[in-house]
Structures are given as C-alpha cells and as structure tokens.
Design a protein around this ligand. Structure first.
Ligand SMILES: C[S@@+](CC[C@H](N)C(=O)[O-])C[C@H]1O[C@@H](n2cnc3c(N)ncnc32)[C@H](O)[C@@H]1O
Length: 323
C-alpha cells in the first residue's frame, strides 16, 4: 500500500476538500467519526499517469480524501466513506465526470465494495501495511514497530506513521531525500531548510548525512508534532528544529528543499526564494513532469538557474542554483 492522499483511515496525506491547496500535498486532517465496524470504500483503478488528475477530480466531486495504492495494473484510488449510498453517489458522479472528460472505459475501472473490520482503528489501520522501504543509498525508512534489520551498508530511519504525509514511500520523497543526502555528504556542516517537512523525513536525512543546522517547517501542527516525535525516535531531537512555516529561522541556509504541490510552490515562491537567497542549492519536487516547466519558469523568474532535473515514475525534481 502506498498512502498518498487522504485524511481517511488508511491515508498518509490529507487532501483538503476546501482547495486551499491542491490534493496530494495538502495536510488538512478531516475529522472523522469513529468507525468501528464497516469501512466502505470506493476503488477506482486507473493508469498511473492519470492518478493525480483523477484524484483531484474526485476531491472536486466531493471525496473528503483520496488514497493512492499500487494495483496489479497501474494505480488504485480509494475513497473511504461512511455508508454505501454516499460512495455510490460519488461513484456515479465520477463516472459522469470521466465520460465528460472523454476517458474510455479501458482507462478507468470503477469498482466499489464494503469491507468490515470490527477490530480496525480508523486512524491507524492503514499503517499495518507499511514496511521497510529504501529511501536513499544510505538509509531505509520503516515504521517504529518494524524490527526488520537494515540492509547491508544502510541505516534505518524510523517513523511513527500518522496522517502526515511522508512515510518515505512516495517517489518525490525518495528523490528529495537522495538530493539532500548528496548535498550534505558533499558539503558537511551545511545548514538545511526543509519547507513542508511533513513527518520530518527530509530534515532527518539531512541531519543524519552530516548537515549543520537543520530546520523543518510546516503549516500543519499535526505534521510538526509528528516530525518532533519522529526526530525523537531517531535520537535527532537536538539536531533538528521544527518550526511553523510563518516563523523566520535565525540563520541562512546552504540548501533549501521543498516537496510541495506545484500550486503551493508557486504561491509561496517569493518566500522560498527569500529563504534560498544565500543558498547554494534549491531543490523542488512534488510535481509531475508536465508541471515542471511552470515551476521552472516561476523560479527562474526569481533569479534561480536550473542545474538538475530528475524524473522518476512521472514525478519530477528540479535543483536550482543562483544565477
Ligand atoms: C508532500 S508533504 C512533504 C513531506 C515530506 N517533506 C516529504 O518529502 O515526504 C508536504 C507538506 O507540506 C506542508 N505544506 C503545505 N503547504 C505548505 C506551506 N505553504 N508551507 C509549508 N508547508 C506546507 C503540508 O502540511 C505537508 O506536511
């Protein structure tokens, strides 16, 4: 299972239905009643390249949250609901929306079913599917309770999965973590700022890779609390400072990294640029390849020059230097 969106029981990331931010990266937890019996879910199988767009469409159509899972052929989008009627209605609206968009039946396959799990805890049931995952050449990431030993020549980063995004499984997190590790190994003692820290994973990679001062910021108090908890789990509580995104860290950064949805990246581009003004590198990810040009243009317009572009599974990372 690969949690990506959602404030639901199995989710790793919340999508705000308020559209304050775009789906994948929003972190607005939605209050759910305690579901102790039936979990009702609507599953939609889609080609991976359509997953982001269809996830956004589902939110527009009223899904409170959407979770992406790996499916046999492509990706599976899952929406959890309170009752069948609610999800059936959403499924109907989704079908109509797909038709309107000209999506063929072969592209998307809507299927919904009821799962009953009387022992499930709505908030944490999804976490049982988490396993150790490779993060960078030197680090794997795994849930706090997972005792799987580290692979040869790698260390383990533990996280307590919560609704905050950042279980380490998403390709953007992996790409960013690798960029952070490379930079910190090449520039020991560098100060690193992780904007949109989520569970704190990138900030922790920086600290573990030899960074000097490390700050992670987020707009979401739930994410910040999770990040603090995770830093403690890894013995990094004295090495990483987590701050509200509005706070101004009292020093300059050699590396600024942000894994944020592109609309957010562009809406806070001036703030990011101000933080990265004295940096040697600015690493941005959280967008698909088709959105990279817009992100690039925005940051080139602010005086940055693109140095590296990495693509993986359709997702993109851009690294900039000063021009
Ligand atoms: C996709 S997650 C990234 C988590 C982690 N850095 C990673 O790479 O896995 C994005 C995070 O950015 C936060 N966020 C959204 N808008 C933000 C903003 N304007 N400033 C700072 N953080 C923001 C969200 O709350 C969320 O925790």
């Amino acid at each position: 299972m690969k949690p990506r969106y959602g404030a639901g029981p199995h989710s790793g990331v919340a999508i705000s239905s308020t559209h304050e931010y775009l789906p994948r990266l929003s972190r607005v937890p939605v209050a759910h009643p305690q579901y102790t019996m039936a979990l009702v879910k609507l599953c939609i199988d889609v080609p991976p390249d359509l997953a982001q767009g269809i996830g956004e469409l589902l939110i527009e159509l009223g899904a409170g949250a959407v979770e992406e899972q790996r499916a046999e052929r492509g990706a599976r989008l899952v929406v959890y609901g309170e009752n069948e009627g609610e999800l059936a209605a959403l499924g109907k609206r989704a079908r109509a929306g797909f038709e309107e968009l000209g999506l063929e039946a072969r592209d998307v396959n809507i299927d919904w079913r009821i799962e009953v799990d009387p022992h499930s805890d709505w908030d944490t049931a999804w976490t049982k599917y988490l396993v150790q995952q490779p993060l960078t050449p030197s680090w794997v990431i795994q849930p706090a309770w997972d005792q799987t030993p580290a692979p040869p020549r790698a260390g383990r980063i533990f996280i307590q999965p919560t609704l905050a995004f950042g279980d380490g499984g998403h390709v953007t997190t992996r790409m960013a973590a690798r960029a952070v590790e490379r930079f910190c190994v090449e520039q020991p003692g560098a100060n690193v700022l992780d904007i949109g820290t989520g569970t704190g994973v990138l900030a922790m990679v920086a600290a573990l890779s030899g960074a000097g001062k490390v700050v992670g910021t987020d707009i979401d108090p739930v994410a910040l609390a999770a990040a603090v908890e995770n830093a403690k789990l890894n013995g990094l509580e004295d090495r990483v400072l987590f701050l509200d995104a509005c706070a101004t860290p009292p020093f300059a950064f050699d590396l600024v990294v942000a894994n944020l949805e592109p609309r957010v990246l562009l809406s806070i581009a001036n703030d990011i640029a101000a933080r990265a003004r004295e940096s040697r590198e600015l690493v941005l990810t959280g967008f698909v390849a088709q959105q990279a040009a817009e992100v690039e243009e925005g940051f080139v317009g602010l005086g940055f020059g693109e140095m590296t572009r990495i693509e993986c599974d359709g997702w993109c990372l851009l690294a900039f230097g000063q021009r």
